[in-house]
Design a protein around this ligand. Structure first.
Ligand SMILES: [Zn+2]
Length: 82
């Protein structure tokens, strides 16, 4: 599973708050772990807000949104370091 390019998965079915599964690639670095948690937490919020079925039926759009939010969060974080 290392090098698969899949860092984590989110599953809303376990509780009303969802569950995040971290895969080995997520542990490449501290930053990758933080990005993965942020990305998957965004999916959990999407599941809670829009429902599992709607999110899964529109997963490409929600994936793009999660990736852009992840990028925005980390660009802001890098900007604050300077
Ligand atoms: Zn995703």
């Amino acid at each position: 599973m290392i090098g698969s390019g899949i860092y984590g998965m989110s599953n809303p079915k376990y509780t009303d708050k969802g569950r995040i599964h971290l895969l080995p690639d997520a542990f490449e670095s501290e930053e990758e772990l933080a990005k993965t948690l942020y990305h998957e937490k965004t999916h959990i919020e999407q599941f809670i807000q829009y429902g599992h079925e709607y999110v899964m039926n529109n997963r490409d759009r929600f994936e793009d949104l999660s990736e852009s939010l992840e990028d925005t969060y980390f660009l802001k974080k890098e900007w604050l370091k300077t």
